[in-house]
Structure formats: C-alpha cells, structure tokens
Design a protein around this ligand. Structure first.
Ligand code: C5P
Length: 230
C-alpha cells in the first residue's frame, strides 16, 4: 500500500507550519517544510558569496548545494553541508533575501524536483516508513503535488496574520509592532504571489480560513479535513 500525501499551502502568518506539524504528528507522517528549502538556498548562496540577483549563478549554485531536510515534525532541522542552519534561516536577513530566491524560476524547478523526490520516497519508505508525508508551502497543492490525497489552503485575513507574526517575532502586537511586521508579511506575500498562486484555492483545493478561529479550533478543523479526505 502506498503512503498518503497531504499538501498544505498558505501565506505567511496563516499558521501553516503549526498546523502542518500537528497534522503530521497526528497521522504519523513525515513533515516537509518547503519554505525552509528556499531559505537554505538563500543561506547557501550568501555563505558562498553568490550574488542572488544573478539568477543564472544562483540557479547553478542551487543545483549543486548539499541540503539535508529533517522530516521529523517535532524537530525539523535543516542542514547545508555540515552546517545546522535551522535557527539561522529564520533571521530577518534570510527572510528578506529569500524572495529573490523564490522568484528565480530555475531555483523553483530544482526545488520542485527535490521536493517530488522526497514525497515519492515517503510514499513507500523513507523517514515515515511508508506512512506518507505532509508537505507545506506556497505551491504544493498546485504545482509540486497536485495529485495529493488531501489538499488544503490555509488562509487568514491580513490583520490576523500580521498580529500572529508580530507576537511570534517581537512578542507584542501594538500598532508599531504591526507596522514593523508588515514588510515581512504583506509585501513578501505580494512578491511571492507573482510566481505562485496561494491567495485563493485552486480547483479541488479545500480552503480553511483561520481568521476567527483559535489555534485549537484551527487544528481540529484541519484534522477533520484530513480524516475526511483519506
Ligand atoms: O514559509 P516560509 O516563510 O518559511 O517561506 C519562505 C519563502 O519561501 C517564502 O517567502 C516564499 O518566498 C518561498 N516559498 C515558495 N514556495 C514554497 C515555499 C516557500 O516560494 N513552496
């Protein structure tokens, strides 16, 4: 029997990492954070002195880069060569640089190839022992795994997403904190959405709007969607 594939997309601050980890743990799946792969390419290029605005050089570097993705939902580590970059890829420096990488179509093609290989391996064996995988990102439901068993687009209104990110990164959600967060959330999503469509659900993709839901309610609704889809 082949393992299951759950595809989960959404904009920044929609809560998809938390929801993804929860679903993977609940259904005994491996968990692939594809955003972390784009971040790893950005980290590797900056570490090796590659100019990210040179798209051909960045694409070449991405093809050769030794990236290892941990698939444990409770401890998703990321390595480039021997460097554990799990924490470093969350810094503003990488969050700002990653858009240049994500809008590079050559890099997208290379990462799509790697993501599909990981998903295929988890269907029959791999980290999950063949249970399957949850992959989360921006284009999993549409491009990377359009044939996934369950496809969910997690959405939330702009204010809710700003508030969550501000609390997560700055520990407060006053007006100043919201403004400081806006560039890293709204502007990034606008630029990202020029290369992948994740603001509205594609045909056959189930939307889940978490704007007015608590975290517990969101997790419950997402779990129900996966249960119904398997
Ligand atoms: O989800 P996260 O914020 O870590 O993603 C980092 C960046 O990677 C996003 O801003 C987006 O530019 C890019 N990305 C993407 N396609 C995906 C996942 C992430 O373009 N499937």
């Amino acid at each position: 029997m082949s393992g299951v594939v759950v595809a989960l997309d959404g904009p920044s601050g929609s809560g998809k990492s938390t929801v993804g980890r929860h679903l993977a743990t609940t259904f005994h799946l491996a968990c692939l954070d594809t955003g972390a792969m784009f971040r790893a390419v950005a980290w590797g290029c900056l570490a090796d002195g590659v100019d990210l605005s040179d798209h051909a050089a960045t694409e070449r570097h991405a093809r050769d880069l030794d990236i290892t993705m941990g698939l444990d939902p409770d401890d998703a580590r990321v390595w480039v060569r021997e460097h554990d970059i799990t924490t470093e890829i969350r810094t503003d420096r990488i969050t700002t640089a990653v858009t240049e990488v994500a809008t590079n179509l050559g890099v997208r093609a290379e990462l799509k190839r790697r993501q599909r290989a990981i998903i295929e391996a988890e269907r029959t064996g791999g980290y999950s022992g063949g249970h399957g995988i949850l992959a989360e990102g921006r284009d999993i439901t549409t491009v990377v795994a359009p044939d996934a068993d369950v496809r969910i687009l997690l959405v939330a209104g702009e204010e809710a997403r700003l508030r969550r990110r501000a609390l997560e990164t700055l520990g407060r959600d006053d007006a100043e904190a919201l403004e400081a967060t806006r560039a890293l959330v709204v502007t990034r999503d606008q630029r990202d959405s020029t290369v992948s469509q994740f603001l509205t659900p594609a045909e056959g993709v189930t939307p889940l709007d978490s704007s007015t839901l608590s975290l517990a309610e969101t997790l419950e609704a997402a779990t129900a969607l996966v249960t119904a889809g398997l």
